[in-house]
Design a protein around this ligand. Structure first.
Ligand code: MLT
Length: 246
């Protein structure tokens, strides 16, 4: 399958995604939060670009039916219900509610890719489910790593490589784009020591230093939550709910 990988979302344009199947990856932690919230019964996750957009959406909703979540510099935003630690998105918090999610990189990457014909959020937790879906439904794929502050993030690149390994079923096609070859090669270099490579990534070390080590244990579990967050009408919902139009 033809594949292209953007190692950060910073220069992504509408032309890069229009007419394409696009996977956005933010392992730490936005996409892990999205997968968790949907698995625990959230009706939808609405990713936003900034504080203003989050406030505007919240102002139009009944306070009982939404949760406002997100981070700046890794910490919960003042006045929000939740930060960006996936385990905090418990069933009690999110079941039957919409989650408005405002993060520094991940939710912006999703909004920047919103012109895609198919848009999916991915992380290690749902890697197998995403790879199966793309393999069955598409002939080409664009993977957008959120990265961090315009820079590559090792954990997102490794997740992109893992997805490609699953999508290609262990055999790299020829020809291959330079970007997909790079992500696949990095993954193959680290695949036998994946956990220690992930824990040595800059963002992981930073989160551990801020006291978020438990989030790393949570987010680095491959295939633990096989849900498919599918973007439609400015929100991510479970694919099954979108096709059955619930
Ligand atoms: C982001 O979107 O930038 C991340 O999810 C930041 C974080 O680790 O909370």
């Amino acid at each position: 399958m033809d594949a292209e990988v953007f190692l950060t979302h910073s220069n992504l344009s509408d032309d890069d995604v229009q007419g394409r199947t696009v996977i956005v990856i933010d392992v730490l932690r936005a996409c892990s939060t999205i997968v968790t919230a949907l698995e625990r019964g959230a009706r939808a996750v609405l990713p936003v670009l900034d504080m203003a957009q989050a406030g505007k959406l919240a102002a139009n909703l009944d306070p009982d039916v939404y949760r406002l979540g997100g981070e700046r510099n890794g910490e919960k935003i003042e006045g929000y219900h939740l930060g960006n630690s996936p385990p905090d998105y418990t069933r009690e918090q999110v079941d039957g509610r919409d989650v408005i999610l405002n993060t520094t990189n991940g939710t912006r990457a999703l909004r920047q890719a919103q012109k895609a014909s198919t848009l999916i959020a991915a992380c290690f937790l749902n890697a197998g489910r995403v790879a199966d879906f793309v393999r069955r439904t598409s002939e080409s794929v664009t993977i957008v790593c959120a990265g961090q502050r315009n820079r590559l993030s090792l954990e997102d690149t490794l997740c992109a490589g893992l997805l490609l390994d699953r999508i290609w079923q262990g055999e790299e096609p020829r020809p291959v784009t330079d970007s997909a070859h790079t992500a696949y090669t990095v993954y193959n270099t680290d695949r036998n020591n994946l956990d220690s490579a992930l824990r040595g990534a800059n963002h992981a070390e930073w989160l551990a230093a801020q006291g978020y080590e438990a989030d790393l244990d949570y987010c680095f579990r491959t295939d633990a939550l096989p849900v498919l967050p599918y973007y439609t009408d400015n929100r991510l919902r479970l694919y099954e709910d979108v096709v059955s139009n619930n």
